[in-house]
Design a protein. Sequence first.
Length: 181
Amino acid sequence: MWKELVAHIHSLKNPRLIILNVPDDTTSSSKENSLIRQNTELNLSEGSITAKYVYYTKGKNRNAFVKVNDDTRIILLNKKIKLGLHICRIDDYITATRCYKCSKYNHMTQDCKEEVTCPIFAGKHTLKESKSGKNNVKCINCENYKKYIPTSNINVCHTAIDRNCPSLKAILQKQRLNTEY
């Protein structure tokens, strides 16, 4: 009748780094080998870096996302490395997933079960349908936080896409706490 309970101990994620301005001629598999071979002064070992994917920014820069262990992160962080014929900078890769439908965090649009919400004015309309002025900006994430914790003194007069949003900063801090540094 009773089944055994299994305890799951939460483990911290490996750090993720971003290699900025990766040359076009390097592939995912060659990035790991090139990085180790061309930067011998860093004493990196085989398997200490796992290339995940490459993406283009709005400015057409090509960046690579890699997983590393804690020791490798310490070696690489804020260093300039040789990759192909380029010198690339490395930084921590910490992001928050934000839904483009409801403007809330920790899920994507295809998984969203919420109503459409404007990321600028927190109204029940899309961004294209927005007609309010600059004085009415409101963050839906901070508004929800204030609704559940009324004693909080959080400012809601910013957009949901503002990089200085207290809700965004809290999500990024939680990501840092769940990463093994």
